[in-house]
Design a protein around this ligand. Structure first.
Ligand SMILES: [Zn+2]
Length: 168
């Protein structure tokens, strides 16, 4: 895996352990690992592989009915759907994961969903809406980390400039 992916996996695992110390890590890993693999596959441009990993992550999350995992795998599900050009699927995944993140009050998971939501709005051509989400995400990552998501969010903001009309 690339270093940022490892860093994210470590962050998600840390959060998962914090909320469910009594339950085995394996249950969460069954959802979290395929979610990370989906992100790695997207980075390689292997969209079909990403979809397989994303649906494995989703099935594992449903199997142990875990709200924490629903929140944590959300960004990977949204990004996979965007990469597969399934914007409605991305919307549904975003809404479900964001609700879980808010209910558990997980600031980094909420910010990660706003980063994914910003990417979704950008994919729809809504640069203004995307910027609102990305700025909110950046504010959280700046304060709480992880640092690699600061860089990812900044990169997504730079990508938005291509969407801006020449003259407004
Ligand atoms: Zn879980």
């Amino acid at each position: 895996m690339r270093q940022p992916d490892l860093a994210l996996a470590a962050t998600t695992l840390g959060e998962a352990r914090a909320v469910a110390p009594g339950s085995g890590d394996e249950l969460h890993l069954a959802a979290l690992i395929p979610a990370e693999l989906a992100r790695v596959a997207i980075a390689r441009g292997a969209i079909e592989e990403a979809r397989r990993h994303a649906s494995a992550a989703s099935a594992a999350q449903r199997a142990h009915r875990c709200r924490r995992c629903a929140a944590e795998i959300g960004p990977a599900l949204v990004e996979t759907a965007i990469a597969a050009d399934d914007l409605e699927g991305a919307d549904a995944a975003r809404a479900a994961a964001l609700e879980s993140a808010y209910r558990l009050n997980l600031p980094i998971a909420i910010a990660s969903m706003r980063l994914a939501g910003g990417r979704l709005l950008a994919a729809r051509g809504d640069a203004v809406g995307a910027l609102v989400d990305l700025e909110a995400a950046l504010d959280t990552f700046d304060r709480l980390g992880p640092r690699h998501l600061v860089a990812e969010t900044r990169a997504a903001m730079v990508g938005l400039e291509r969407l801006e009309p020449e003259s407004a």
